[in-house]
Each structure stands twice: as structure tokens, then as C-alpha cells.
Design a protein around this ligand. Sequence first.
Ligand SMILES: Cc1cc2nc3c(=O)[nH]c(=O)nc-3n(C[C@H](O)[C@H](O)[C@H](O)COP(=O)(O)O)c2cc1C
Length: 436
Amino acid sequence: MTQTKHLHIGLSLAPTWQSGDAWRQLDSNIEGIFTADFAVDLARRAEAAHLDFVFRPDVCCVNETLLEQGSGFASLDPSILLAAVAQHTSRIGLVSTVSTTFNPPYVVARQLQSLNWVSRGRVGWNIVTALQGHENFGLPAMPGADERYRRAAEFTDVVRQLWCSYPGDAVLIDRAEGRYTDAARVKPIDHVGDHFRVRGPLNVPTFDARIPLIQAGASEAGRDFAAAVADIVFAPTPDLQAAQDLRTDLSQRALRHGRDPGDVRLLPGLSLYLADTREHAREIFMQTHARLDRVRKLEQIREMTGLDLRAWPDDRPITPADLPPPPPSPASRTHSHLLRRLLERESLILAELLLRPEVISAAHWQVIGTAEDAVESIRTWAASGAIDGFIAAPGGSVQSIAIFLEQVMPRLVEVGLFRSKYRHETFMEHLQQTND
Ligand SMILES: Cc1cc2nc3c(=O)[nH]c(=O)nc-3n(C[C@H](O)[C@H](O)[C@H](O)COP(=O)(O)O)c2cc1C
């Protein structure tokens, strides 16, 4: 009998369970947001369920207008937080987000390689070109998306060269001969490109476990970049068809880059609002989004699609004919495309649109229901062959996290879709393992 291929599963460490109004619940642990405790606790529970990794998204700015109603984007630096998590875990992968638009590649190569040593080979790098924050880095405006990707490609190339510049096995520590390193094997990279000039070598030797790369933007340029370098694509795919289309496209692009399509793993985000009954789950979802900032959402819809719904009655359906031509350069082409796609495919009234994942949760696949509903949805998506796993983002309450880790995960093991224990030590090895 052929074994079912296991999924690769990550858990978001962004406090999604505190988003919207969920932070106001008594047990939300919002007071702990600037400590490492909650992330450590969650990572340990995720490790007990043998997840591939925990994942910390990040931005380099704070939105003051959001702070009145929630923590907004204020958060600890992800690599520092994960260094703390590394001390209390031993197997689970630790994915940090670092932007290629705002940082120098030498610093990033060094930080991530340091984290790789501290965690004994468990780091992943979520490469983002970022959507906002230029004003904090002396830039007059956010560079255009294509320019950000050109810089990201060169940046990633420099980081990878630096990671090869001081091979870990060049360190000899030969006390008898007095030789610390075989210095002839430590080489400058002498990189001179459009964006960077970096001599190298890196001042940290390479830990003996490659750092997996994760990428998220799904515009043409984003997919091409992902197909060239990524081990994981973190995808916003609100429905199965979107995931299937993205899978087909990524596979073709991977082949064009001379890579095995199986090495470009597609992991959609999965928003989970879980409770003991469907009614309760729906209630949690509605409560979470009860104070949804309507003005801000309508502005976001206008920016992404050009469609101005400010004077639109809540109950009037929006049809494809209402859509104006797309705006020329939206901040995220991925999210603009997915929102337009939704409006072209379904005739929604405004009240419905304002609760769809394309508007409220970065266009992720979403399950509002019981543990069994989540398992069924995951089984259907896995059976389609479109996905290699997912990144879970439990929302609405801490209960959603507990149900995911304690009920959904064991069921996925039972049905043969997930490992029953770790076989390996490093993050890359977890990704390469496809069954028990
Ligand atoms: C699912 C998803 C997650 C993202 N997460 C982050 C993030 O944590 N931090 C960040 O600065 N940008 C993030 N981005 C933005 C991307 O890095 C990129 O700048 C954006 O998607 C524009 O690329 P595009 O033209 O390919 O859409 C994310 C994008 C997507 C689609």
C-alpha cells in the first residue's frame, strides 16, 4: 500500500487569536504580548504536536490609528523573540521574517546564521519585500513592487553567498597543531551589484543545516522569485481553485528555473475559528469582527480595486460590471488580484464582502466550525494535491489554538496526513521528510 504524503504544518506566532476584538477576552493574555512567555508556551505546545515550524510575520512600522482599538503592528523583533523560543524548544523550526527592502544583507545573513547556531539548525527565513515602513528608513516613498523584487533577488543572492563564505567545516580547532581554522577555505564574496557592494566573508561560520527560505508575494514577479529560490511559498489562497492555479503556475516556473517543483512547497495560510459547535464558532468569528473599522476597510477596498463603496447600501449586490479598471500600482498586487477575483466570481452584498477573508484576513483559506470541520477541509485540500501543507493562524480565542493543537492535529496523524513523531533535528530535514 502506498503511504499518503505527509503535510508540512506551521503555526503562526503572530497573535492572531488577539486580532479584532478577541484581545478583550479575559484569557487572551494580551498583557503578555511584549514578553516571550506566550510565544515560548505556544511553541512548546506546537512542538509536542510535532509541527514543522512556528512562524513569526513582521513589519517595521506601527499604525498609530489602529492602536486605540488593538495592538496594531506593535510587536517584538521576530529574530530576538525566536532566540528566546530556541532556548525552550529542541526540534521545531523557527521562521523569522526579515525585509529585504530595509536591511543590509550582511547584517541579515549574520543574524539568521547566528540564530541557526543558537537553535542548532532550526531557522527559516521568511523573505518579505514589505508593504509599508519606508519613512522609518529615510526613503521618500515605498519603492515599486518590481524594484523591491529586483533588490530582494540580489539581496538573497548576497545572503546565500555569505552563508557559503565561511564553511562550518573549515573550523579545525586543532589544539595540538595550533590551527583554529583552515583559513584558505574562508573566502570573500566580492559582490558588486546594482544595489549592494559586499566584500565578505561572513564573520560567523555556517552551521551544518541549510536555512530554508520562505516567500509570500504572489504577483508575477513574486511567483517567479519564489520559484527561483523558495523552499516554501506562504500563499494567500481563499479557495481551493486559487490554490490549484497557484500550484500549477509555481510548478511550471520551478521547472523553468531548473528546479524540481516538489522543492517549492505550497503552504497556504489557514485562518481557524474553532469551537465545540459551529454556532459557537460563528459567534466567536462575529464577535471578533464586531467593531470592524468600516471606514478603513472601505478605503482598503478602494485602494485595492478602485471600487468606491462608501455610499453603497449594505444590501445592494456588487456585480463584476461595477468594477472599474484596476489601479495601476496597488501596494500588494497579490491581495488586489484576489479581491478583484472574488468580486468577479461572486455577487456579494457589501455586508457579506466586509466579512470575507479577502477583506479581513489577508485572503487566507478559512474554516469557521468544529475540529471535525477543520479536519474535513484539510483532507479535501490535501486530496486535491494542490498543497504541501499549511500555516495555521488560529483566530477568535485561545480556545481555537487549543482545539487546533489538541484535536485537529491528532486527527491528522490518525488519518495518515501528519507525522506521529519527529524523525529529525533540523528544520530542513523536517521539510524533506514526507512520511513516517
Ligand atoms: C501571505 C502574505 C504574507 C505577507 N507577510 C508579510 C510580512 O509579514 N511582512 C511584510 O513586510 N510583508 C509581508 N507581505 C508582503 C510581501 O512581502 C510583498 O511585499 C507583497 O505581497 C507585494 O508583493 P506582490 O507584488 O507579489 O503582491 C506578505 C504578503 C503575503 C501575500
